[in-house]
Design a protein around this ligand. Structure first.
Ligand SMILES: [Zn+2]
Ligand SMILES: [Zn+2]
Length: 255
């Protein structure tokens, strides 16, 4: 299983970082987690593999996490010949069906009926979604917007947790406990802290409680790039840390 950070930025537009989007790949599954602005460009830079994404999962409805989804669907419909025929599953928290209906009202019915089968699944923390190849997707509510969730993807005895956007949450730390890879938002320095996002210190506290095998930080607003994130996290969590950039990847061998 491979995790790739396609977009490690935010809506505070950055020269180096696209808005949020990440890819999980197994032999049978190509799952795009969030699809913010710039993710179609990042996918295009990787070649033709954007054509073969099987699932898209949204963490919440801020546009820096889904702004490129209509573009990607339009690309699947008109962007290559023969047009896509493979089914697509779009997953998201409660409200995802209504969001896509609103996007279809604005852009056209092709958003939800693009000529290949589209299934929209709303996931709640009580659900366990079985995905191709024996992968299992679950979610956990996080303090950011009312609908926001974190995701957990298990495959081959390994577990990846992606926080999406979140504020501090001891319940999230408990839920993420012992995962192999924790992909954690790291938005703002401590002097700009707000309840809806994490500082490096709070990322360190989350990872210190969850004790993942590896911690990857993402979703950097420009001001947090000017503090010593590695030291602030390292004082609270002693495991390996990556400050992810667009295109970084991490491989997890089956257990
Ligand atoms: Zn965001
Ligand atoms: Zn957000």
């Amino acid at each position: 299983m491979r995790f790739t950070t396609l977009g490690t930025g935010t809506v505070s537009l950055s020269r180096e970082r696209s808005c949020a989007g990440h890819l999980i790949e197994t032999n049978e599954l190509r799952l795009l987690l969030d699809c913010g602005s710039g993710i179609t460009r990042r996918l295009a830079e990787r070649g033709d593999e954007w054509r073969t994404i099987t699932h898209v999962a949204l963490t919440h409805f801020h546009i820096d996490h889904h702004g490129d989804l209509p573009t990607l669907i339009f690309a699947w419909k008109y962007g290559f010949l023969p047009a896509r025929s493979a089914p697509l599953t779009i997953i998201g928290p409660v409200g995802t069906v209504a969001l896509l209906d609103r996007l279809a009202a604005a852009y056209g019915s092709w958003v939800i009926a693009p000529g290949f089968p589209v299934t929209i699944l709303e996931i709640t923390p009580a659900d366990r979604l079985e995905l191709p190849g024996g992968a299992r997707l679950t979610c956990h509510a996080v303090p950011h917007t009312p609908e926001s969730v974190a995701y957990s993807l298990e495959h081959g005895g390994r577990r990846i947790v992606y926080t999406g956007d979140t504020g501090p949450s001891s319940a999230l730390a408990a839920w993420a406990q012992g995962c192999d890879l924790l992909v954690c938002e790291c938005s703002l320095p401590a002097n700009m802290a707000i309840p809806e996002h994490l500082t490096p210190e709070q990322c360190g506290e989350l990872a210190g409680a969850a004790t993942p095998g590896h911690l990857a930080l993402t979703h950097f607003y420009p001001p947090v790039e000017h503090v010593d994130t590695r030291a602030l996290v390292g004082a609270r969590y002693t495991g390996p840390v990556t400050l992810a950039t667009d295109g970084w990847h991490f491989d997890l061998e089956d257990e």
